[in-house]
Design a protein around this ligand. Structure first.
Ligand code: ADP
Ligand code: MG
Length: 563
């Protein structure tokens, strides 16, 4: 073995930097958090090549005096805590004084800053741990940090960076998280010159959700709020059609800080499971506030996981609050009370409270059809739109289009997950005219469309022929289908194939459903209700509108003054 040597400081810093800086996203997180700690009202993040080439964060916060610039980029130097007593009540996002030093150890870091009362800005540069001189510079009040060539001189780390689109997704996620949780602050994110996110300072949580999840989804999110002695909860929960198997669109915040805590996530899942098809996660933003002495956010070096003093209590309260909030929401089972009758107790019994422990053995007694699949019984079609029939405990009114849409969607999803949607060749392929641009767009996703039961083929220069459609959907009009595919592909240019696929399924489920006003014969009614009895989620259609309204015997008794 070689003799023991002290490592050069530059190397020490590079190794230590690994704790803080893993990829461009970590740099974005640290720099934006610094801007927030500095009281910024507007934060701009500019990325080049997913942040691999350059990351720039500008803020209009308090700035750093020229004489403190060197300290700012020195490790274990911070303005945020002074003594051990401060550790107990940390009010800032950062406090370890390591971020800028770590970033400077593994990149070319350029820091320009100007306090609001300073006549001019000053700048300093750190090149892979080598500190330059502080110089006067031009700059507006606030701070600008540019980080270039991350890990370029640290090959061991460089090899772990992924392609720009992946790094961009991680970095953007941090801007979204910090943007969602900081009302009052404007955020802008640009990548290679393209605007990806824009939030104004005055935007409320709904507007912030719109920026992150898209307006259509944000408008359909349900607000849940609850105040208990141990916690305050505020959430917005996406409709059933926003449900995904992975929790990628679930954002949890504890006392304003984004966290990723598997047990808290389980409590969330527990709270939404009745409303989320397939036991997945809807898009969701949840803010939890507990007294600081009841939660320890320092157990994890990146401060993502937490430890609660009474975690069972907290998790049960979170699950319960979501369940109660969603139970009252418009996309839960509707009782007649919500359509004009007086109703005291909901038809479905609220499930017992429980936290992140094992789920109850049996689902709560329910009046949906899953217990009564044998016979659908007599059904009355009203106005060629609604279906009325008796169910245990009362009667229900179904919207035939909403039901059919949900049936189609669940069945298509099931087929797609198994081995792809079953296709039915068309006897006569339909030819649809498309432009060059449209043709290219269809060609790009042709494989995904095929897995969805839609087979397209080039037909001369300006047309495609539709050779097969999902066999479940015998009502699809091929021309309409092609235009829907184009619509979805245009709206989801940047989407992952799975996200695009689900969007297409939803569109097709709707188009392939009977409409309001369609006369249904007995066989069609029976078929529809039978399929509807086997659904994992039968409360809402793919757009989040209710499928069924329940009218309990109590409702009837009350309406006829029998009680
Ligand atoms: P920490 O945030 O843990 O204190 P950093 O290395 O991230 O450590 O930052 C070191 C110090 O530099 C901070 O304590 C703060 O005083 C100053 N600083 C960093 N970024 C900014 C900024 N954008 N605006 C004002 N001051 C900043
Ligand atoms: Mg910091």
């Amino acid at each position: 073995m070689s003799p023991i040597r002290r490592l050069p400081q530059v190397l020490v810093d590079q190794i230590a930097a690994g704790e803080v800086v893993e990829r461009p996203a970590s740099v974005v997180k640290e720099l934006v958090e610094n801007a927030l700690d500095a009281g910024a009202g507007r934060i701009e993040v500019l990325l080049a090549e997913g942040g691999r080439r350059a990351i720039e964060v500008r803020d209009d916060g308090c700035g750093i005096p020229a004489e403190e610039l060197v300290l700012a980029v020195t490790s274990h130097a911070t303005s945020k805590i002074a003594g051990p007593e401060d550790l107990r009540a940390i009010a800032t996002l950062g406090f370890r004084g390591e971020a800028l030093a770590s970033i400077g150890a593994v990149s070319r870091l350029h820091l320009v800053s100007r306090p609001h009362d300073a006549p001019a800005a000053a700048e300093v540069e750190v090149r892979f741990g080598r500190l330059g001189a502080v110089r006067a510079a031009a700059g507006a009040p606030g701070t600008r940090v540019v980080v270039e060539d991350l890990f370029a001189e640290v090959p061991a780390r460089l090899q772990f960076l992924r392609q720009p689109s992946t790094e961009l997704a991680h970095a953007a996620a941090w801007v979204e998280r910090l943007g969602l949780s900081h009302e009052g602050v404007a955020f802008a994110l640009r990548h290679d010159g393209r605007a990806l996110l824009d939030v104004a300072a005055g935007d409320d949580l709904e507007a912030r959700c719109a920026a992150v999840f898209g307006r259509g989804l944000a408008e359909r999110m349900v607000a849940v709020a609850e105040d208990r002695d141990v916690l305050r909860l505020r959430a917005r929960v996406g409709p059933p059609e926003s449900v995904r198997a992975d929790p990628g669109r679930v954002h949890l915040f504890l006392n304003g800080r984004w966290i990723r805590d598997p047990r808290l996530l389980r409590a969330v899942r527990e709270g939404v499971r009745e409303f989320a098809p397939d036991g997945g996660y809807p898009a969701l933003v949840l803010f939890l506030a507990v007294p600081p002495e009841r939660a320890d956010v320092n157990v994890h070096p990146q401060k993502l996981e937490v430890r609660f003093r009474d975690d069972r209590l907290v998790f049960a309260a979170v699950a319960g609050a979501l369940r109660r909030g969603l139970g009252r929401s418009q996309w839960a089972a509707r009782s007649a009370g919500s359509v004009g009758w007086q109703v005291a107790e909901p038809l479905t019994r609220p499930p017992a409270e429980h936290g992140a422990g094992p789920p109850p053995a049996a689902p709560p007694p329910d009046t949906t059809l899953v217990n009564a699949a044998e016979s659908v019984g007599p059904v009355l079609q009203v106005a060629n739109t609604y279906l009325v029939r008796e169910v245990p405990g009362g009667m229900e009114i179904l919207d035939q289009h909403a039901l059919h849409e949900r049936v189609n969607l669940e069945e298509l999803r099931r087929e797609w997950r198994r081995s792809g949607v079953v296709a039915q060749p068309l006897l006569v392929p339909a030819v649809v005219d498309v432009s060059r641009e449209e043709f290219d767009l269809l060609a790009r996703w042709a494989d995904v469309f095929r897995s969805l039961g839609v087979e397209l083929e080039a037909f001369g220069p300006g047309a495609v022929s539709v050779r097969a459609v999902p066999s479940l959907l015998d009502r699809l009009v091929p021309e309409r289908l092609v235009h829907d595919l184009l619509d979805v592909a245009r709206e989801h240019r940047e989407a992952a194939p799975a996200a695009l696929a689900d969007e297409v399924l939803r569109r097709m489920a709707c188009r392939g459903a009977v409409s309001a006003g369609d006369r249904l014969d007995g066989e069609m009614l029976e078929n529809l209700l039978r399929r509807g009895a086997r659904l994992p989620q039968d409360r809402t259609c793919a757009h989040g509108r209710p499928v069924r309204v329940l009218l309990s015997l109590q409702d009837l008794e009350r309406a006829f003054h029998r009680r």
